[in-house]
Ligand binder design. Sequence first.
Ligand code: PMV
Length: 328
Amino acid sequence: MTNEKHSFTARAHTNIALVKYWGKQNEDLIIPQNDSLSLTLDQFYTETTVTFDSQLSADVVVIDDEVAQETDYQRVVAFLDIIRQKTQAPDHYFQVISVNHVPTAAGFASSASAFAALAAAASRTAGLKLDLTELSRLARRGSGSASRSIFGGFVQWHTGQDDASSYAEQYASADDWDIGVIALTLQKARKKISSRKGMQLSVSTSPFYSEWVKLAQNDIEVVKRAIDRNDFTTLGKVSETNALRMHALTLSADPGFIYFTGQTIEMLNEIRQLRDNGIECYATIDAGPNVKVLCQKENANKIMSHFNQLLGSENVTYTTPGSGVEYL
Ligand code: PMV
């Protein structure tokens, strides 16, 4: 038997949702309950090389120089299984080498950039020629938010009702937009309640869940109009409100749970204080304690030095809007 070996490398950036995805209609296919809308971020990205090697008898997964074990390994294998199914090659195994580029160990290695890069590199290596919509649908199967990381700028993930209709697309480029994100790292440890579990619990037990879906769908429209009009104030206000509402679903679940730490609340108050002092900025928070601050260029340095003093500069990272997935 001849030994066949070839590989592709892809880079994808992570994204921050301004209107969040929090809950699935279909757990298996990862079809969400509502549309979400994000901004792709330049400074946080994953580079992944996928090699097909005819001599492999199982997948090999290396993440940040360490051989992946258990849950991480199983998640990647389950994703590669989808590709094996599509190519009808059940005995094709791959080596996956993935490196997360996150400045100064900023505690949020993102499944969004990871599965977007994996979808791009693995599909090519397996011989699939997918357009960006198909790539977004494939990335979605690894992690919902990864469907958005296929694209740059402002990206909307359409809820859809099945595998074919649930995908993301760019709503608008952020090239003409004055917007930056300051990431505040408060905790580097992995969260105790995964977003998958947290969502399930919120959907099935929060009495406010159906209201969330309606309001989030409305937030999408308001944020889109704000993007069209270059209206940072509306975009920031809606993003902060939407994030707090998402966390209200965790507080109101049964049993309730909280991603915030005391420091998260302190940072929310700092952001409010900055606003009261005429420095415009807004907070958004994903399924963890870390806070991201939305701001404009003219205020970025002032806000950065404020948080540098509180948290140390190694825990404060500035990022501008980023581009879509690319092959290296
Ligand atoms: O894609 P997941 O399963 O990591 O879930 C992402 C959930 C949030 O980050 C909290 C919201 C979002 O839309 O990215």
